[in-house]
Design a protein around this ligand. Structure first.
Ligand code: SF4
Length: 371
């Protein structure tokens, strides 16, 4: 199985930018970006990031806002913050050298079992088996293993299965090969078994059971959170606030927004009429938004108009956000739940890292302003 896989990989692997190097820093950056994100999305981000920060030292010296700005749109911003923190630790503690010892490496912020195994095997040839979604799927089919690949113990469970197959002379290449097989051939839907280099030994294929594997636990329903959001004008400037540096979307800038108790989805399903919406939701939203801005930021605003409704899905929940164009009236801004604020011109928005949900407001804002 190992030989077939390595031979297939040498002939068929994609020429991705991070595969042209053995530099642990570049491999690390690529693996961090590739977690939860598709290869085609990652490529331009990776190239841009490496262009700005070609090594650990330049990343350690960088401004955190610049790091977040280069990550903007990739999501899972804690990855960027942890990478940045880890670079600083490497500079201070390991004289700028990425630790070759896996146990030291895994002690860095954001480095878990997957990143450790990927970086240490590819860059330093350590015999560590990588287990990601692709690997779990290949192994579940290859071994006809029923353990659900999305259960919370799946990583440990499939690690035990993965190790006996690891090619100990070329662990990095083997790890990349099995992941590549999952990405190109043993795909989640309609795997190309007829082109698969390990078909002869695959149990699911031999038993005609490929479509039944891998097993998964049923998905939990994803909740929807309703938010109201204010784009507040003071003459030509608009207000943006910075989220706390840790936690969800930490360090990013946004238009102030607040979670409401209204479930617009349900109300819309029951009462589709515009009148009902105006009376029962929009008015309440506007009052609520004004109250929140006063309570949390100490400013009074008037609400001029409803601008747009933004839908956005994160991994564990969705948001439905009603966005209002507001005018600043009075009050000196006080920061309770945010760490900073700015009044900026619209054309300066691109200088700040914003969550995707906020980017989705900008076309409606520009249309309103006719720019
Ligand atoms: S034969 Fe099919 S199911 Fe088995 S490993 Fe190959 S692609 Fe996957």
């Amino acid at each position: 199985m190992q030989k077939q896989l390595l031979d297939w990989y040498s002939q068929n692997h994609r020429n991705l930018p991070w595969r042209q190097t053995k530099d642990p820093y570049m491999i690390w950056v690529s693996e961090v970006m590739l977690q939860q994100t598709q290869v085609n999305t990652v490529i331009p981000y990776y190239l841009n990031f490496i262009n700005h920060f070609p090594d650990v030292i330049s990343l350690a010296d960088a401004d955190s806002q610049q790091v977040l700005k280069l990550w903007e749109g990739l999501g899972y911003y804690s990855r960027a913050r942890n990478l940045h923190k880890a670079a600083k630790i490497i500079l201070e503690t390991y004289t700028g050298q990425i630790p070759k010892d896996p146990y030291l490496f895994i002690g860095l912020p954001g480095v878990g079992q997957y990143i450790m195994a990927a970086v240490q095997s590819i860059a330093f040839n350590h015999s560590l088996a990588v287990v990601d979604g692709n690997v779990k799927r290949v192994l579940a089919r290859f071994c006809m293993e029923k353990y659900p690949v999305n259960s919370h113990n799946a990583h440990d469970y499939y690690s035990k299965i993965a190790y006996p197959y690891l090619h100990t002379q070329e662990p990095g290449t083997y790890n990349q090969a099995i992941m590549e097989l999952g990405a190109l051939i043993c795909k989640p839907k309609k795997p190309n078994c007829n082109q698969c280099p390990i078909m002869d030994e695959c149990k699911a294929f031999a038993n005609g059971q490929v479509e039944h594997y891998p097993f998964r636990e049923p998905k939990k329903t994803v909740p929807t959170h309703d938010l109201v959001c204010a784009i507040i004008f003071k003459n030509t400037k608009i207000l943006i606030v910075q989220r706390k540096l840790t936690g969800f979307l930490g360090g990013l800038w946004e238009f102030p927004s607040y979670t409401t108790k209204t479930n617009k989805n349900k109300l819309h399903e029951i009462h589709e009429s515009q009148e009902f919406y105006q009376e029962n939701i929009q008015n309440k939203n506007e009052e609520y938004l004004k109250n929140q801005l006063y309570t949390n930021l100490n400013i009074k605003v008037s609400i001029n108009q409803f601008l747009c409704r933004v839908k956005h899905a994160y991994t564990h929940f969705k948001i439905l956000m009603d966005v209002y164009r507001c005018t600043y009236m009075s009050g000196k801004i006080m920061l309770n739940e945010f760490t900073d604020y700015r009044w900026i011109e619209i054309h300066e928005l691109h200088q700040f890292p914003l969550p995707k949900s906020n980017h989705k407001c900008i076309p409606a804002l520009k249309a309103y302003m006719d720019i």
